[in-house]
Ligand binder design. Structure first.
Ligand code: NAG
Ligand code: NAG
Ligand code: NAG
Ligand code: NAG
Ligand code: NAG
Ligand code: NAG
Ligand code: NAG
Ligand code: NAG
Length: 320
């Protein structure tokens, strides 16, 4: 049944959809259970096709907005106003729009799942404002096909992007590498949904790839695993109770007078998700902490503290 449905869509898509984007739409629909009425199979957005824009919460399609899009920002916004989720992709190219504020902003944030196709904002000669990107979720994938690119927009202030960041990510985003096509290694996690969390693996991925956080208000997902790959995970209660060979420590590490005998336990710790306080000990140097690569204080306006200060912080820069 599903197979028939899908092939029907594909066949008609051939008629409606710009042939160039047909394989991409096909790919975006693969494996999805969708209502055919919610597929925007025209791809190119213009005054004719916008009338057929699905009146659905979840819209499937590749949205192409270019110099042949004979609509204003406000008209686009009206056309897209019912959409809460887009599954497929977005390509905004060769336009003269000053901004891309044509996707509806709801209290829940519209989300774009562009795992198979990507999200492109390129070669828009008058574009100065992409603030809209602060207000949406963009889900990507950990495969090389998923791409997020903002480039070749001559009037777009790169500093704006660097200063404020624009990547709002949900937990499924692991591969941020593609984002680097813009040269930015800046992640911003703020004003997030209360349920938003990062897994230990995701956090470690960001840290190891030297992604700089603008705001890190995310929390670590509740996790009761005691081992991830070869790393043992532990919750800090006290130095005395700390197990040997703990690699990832959750909680605030407090070292008190009398804890000296347990210092060696810290030698295996690599990440601390919490803070470190060393209080009134006879500790002469911090050698025992030397293996700790990152101390991440969550829910604070703060950069993760990198313990090896000899590594330069990654600069925010855009490629031309
Ligand atoms: C394309 O979309 C239109 C409007 O939703 C629909 O009427 C038409 O049947 C679609 N073609 C398909 C399903 O391939
Ligand atoms: C859009 O730009 C392309 C080339 O970039 C050009 O061939 C085409 O005529 C333009 N279309 C409109 C409607 O301006
Ligand atoms: C934008 O213009 C370039 C160069 O003319 C063209 O290759 C590209 O397909 C255009 N993009 C869109 C979405 O029309
Ligand atoms: C950029 O957009 C303009 C105007 O639509 C077009 O003429 C030009 O070919 C595009 N350039 C590239 C590199 O896409
Ligand atoms: C975006 O640009 C349009 C003009 O094209 C303007 O009417 C609108 O107010 C702008 N929106 C934002 C959020 O700047
Ligand atoms: C860990 O959490 C999962 C899901 O939250 C639960 O099913 C499982 O029983 C928990 N395991 C332990 C050892 O608490
Ligand atoms: C550390 O020692 C100083 C001086 O002995 C004392 O004033 C202070 O309260 C102690 N701090 C803690 C956290 O024990
Ligand atoms: C910091 O890390 C670099 C590269 O991993 C290493 O060469 C250097 O010795 C480290 N410095 C300190 C003070 O640990």
């Amino acid at each position: 049944m599903e197979l028939i449905l899908i092939s029907t869509i594909f066949f008609s898509s051939l008629i409606f959809c710009d042939a160039q984007y047909f394989p991409d739409l096909q790919k975006a629909l693969e494996g999805e259970q969708y209502d055919p009425d919610c597929v925007f199979n025209y791809t190119h957005v213009n005054s004719k096709s916008i009338k057929k824009f699905p009146k659905c919460d979840v819209v499937y399609g590749i949205l192409v907005i270019n110099n042949a899009t004979d609509l204003t920002v406000d008209q686009l916004l009206a056309g897209f106003s019912l959409m809460k989720h887009l599954k497929g992709g977005v390509r905004i190219e060769n336009t003269t729009f000053p901004n891309i504020s044509f996707f509806p902003i709801t209290s829940e944030f519209v989300d774009f799942s562009v795992k198979t196709y990507g999200f492109f904002v390129r070669n828009n000669s008058e574009l100065t404002n992409i603030g809209m990107l602060h207000k949406i979720w963009i889900y990507m994938n950990d495969n090389s096909e998923s791409v997020f690119r903002v480039e070749n927009n001559p009037k777009l202030d790169a500093k704006f992007m660097c200063d404020f960041g624009y990547l709002y990510m949900y937990t499924e985003i692991v591969e941020i590498q593609n984002v680097w096509t813009t040269g930015i290694k800046l992640a911003n996690f703020e004003n997030l949904h209360p349920d938003f969390c990062l897994t230990i693996e995701e956090m470690a991925f960001f840290l190891e790839n030297e992604i700089t956080f603008l705001n890190l208000q995310a929390k670590i997902c509740a996790d009761n695993r005691t081992k991830i790959n070869d790393n043992s995970i532990c919750n800090f209660e006290s130095m005395g109770k700390l197990p040997e060979n703990c690699n990832v420590m959750m909680g605030d590490l407090v070292v008190n007078p009398g804890d000296e005998a347990h210092f060696h336990k810290l030698e295996s710790v690599r990440y601390v998700f919490g803070s470190i306080a060393v209080q009134n000990t006879s500790l002469e140097n911090a050698d025992m902490l030397s293996n700790i690569r990152y101390i991440v204080q969550l829910n604070e306006f703060d950069h993760p503290k990198k313990t090896n200060h000899s590594l330069p912080r990654q600069q925010c820069k855009l490629v031309p």
